[in-house]
Design a protein around this ligand. Sequence first.
Ligand code: PDD
Length: 280
Amino acid sequence: RTVYLNGEYMPEDEAKVSVFDRGFLMADGVYEVTSVLDGKLIDFDGHAVRLQRSLDELEMRHPSSKEDLLEVHRELVRLNEITDGMIYLQITRGNPGDRDFAYPPQDTAPTVVLFTQAKPGMADSPLTKTGMKVISIPDQRWGRRDIKTVQLLYPSMGKMMAKAAGADDAWMVEDDHITEGTSNNAYIVKGNTIVTRQLGHDILHGITRAAVLRFAREAQMSVEERPFTVAEAQAADEAFITSASMFVMPVVEMDGAAIGSGAPGPVAARLREIYLDESR
Ligand code: PDD
């Protein structure tokens, strides 16, 4: 695989980062994941805008323009012959010196890494037919989940708890209400209404979420942006998640209780179809 590190394309085993890098020592870095379908980047603009916001919130320097980043994305797709898959981008604060809690000077060069992950046929995942099972776990992440940082230990633990319970993912709960999935936004459908948590500091502002809610409203579906409980999810007609890597994926079970008929529902299927049609 050819990867990108600080302005250069190189074989993955030649890409080296300092042990003093604050991304490594302090999870002081942000990231984005952009999907590629049929060689085309999905929602690149949205990811570029959110990246800028994450960097601004952490007072981190943006090392290159949106146009340059787009060029790097395209070049990696070309060099690695990606038809379907993902591009991972990470920018950390770098570090010129020793370990220190205070940020290094503002002119410190950030570390910029991009690599590709090939996922042939990713839009036809078998999970689309069966739906996902989720469990609920307490949300023990920090309070600024709207910043897409590389602090992913708790989401990883959540994924492991889900696996141990025979489920596919965990939905996290704070003050009795679901925030989001370990790496996706969470939705339920009751009657004709799609319910998903409103934007704030407690969830990531999903790029797929923004597109899917826009398409839902354009298709005259009703959308309520508010928190919902585990009990509401269990009593819903359908549930689903959205993310750059899963698009729209049905959820059919919550803590062992079937949601609706226990099979993927029509609203999730329709939104998935619209999303894939419109973004390709
Ligand atoms: N995760 N919520 C969280 C906590 C996420 O990590 C993600 C994305 C989302 C969905 O955002 P988007 O639609 O912009 O992908 C919501 C990526 C895919 C990941 O970590 O791999």
